[in-house]
Design a protein around this ligand. Structure first.
Ligand code: THU
Length: 131
């Protein structure tokens, strides 16, 4: 499947403009492509109880599931200066759960697979194989 990275970046930028980030003043947008060709987005949503902040990836995963689910094949994330951002550790795990084999992420050091950004990940298969 060919991935239109410009389109995905534009979707992340658009999502970023909806961010609720009054505390960090660091709006973030994320966008991903599903196996069936949908573009899913999310923005960060902060909270007065700072630790409850939802990263843009959390919103993206929620939108994925709420819009019918499916597997992610490509992902990008940006700040308001259009810099590529890495998903935090927790969000890599969230993305892994919904990743297609070989899912590609745009990273600060080029394109990488989900296995490269979260090696030897614990995932759904472990629950089946190790009980
Ligand atoms: N943030 C995200 O939403 N995703 C990332 O990949 C990096 C960080 C948010 C969380 C917080 O609202 C703000 O960026 C500053 O950390």
């Amino acid at each position: 499947m060919s991935i239109n990275w410009d389109e995905l970046r534009a979707a992340a930028r658009a999502a970023m403009t909806s961010a609720y980030a009054p505390y960090s003043k660091f709006p973030v947008g994320a966008a991903a492509l599903t196996e069936d060709g949908r573009i899913i987005t999310g923005c960060n949503v902060e909270n007065a109880s700072y630790g409850l902040t939802l990263c843009a990836e959390c919103g993206l995963v929620s939108q994925l599931v709420a819009s019918g689910g499916g597997k992610l094949v490509a992902f990008t994330c940006c700040d308001s200066n259009e810099n590529v951002l890495m998903p935090c550790g927790r969000c890599r795990q969230l993305l892994f759960e919904h990743s297609a084999n070989g899912m590609v992420l745009e990273t600060v050091s080029g394109f990488k697979t989900i296995d490269e950004v979260l090696p030897d990940a614990f995932g759904p298969r472990d629950l089946e194989e190790r009980k």
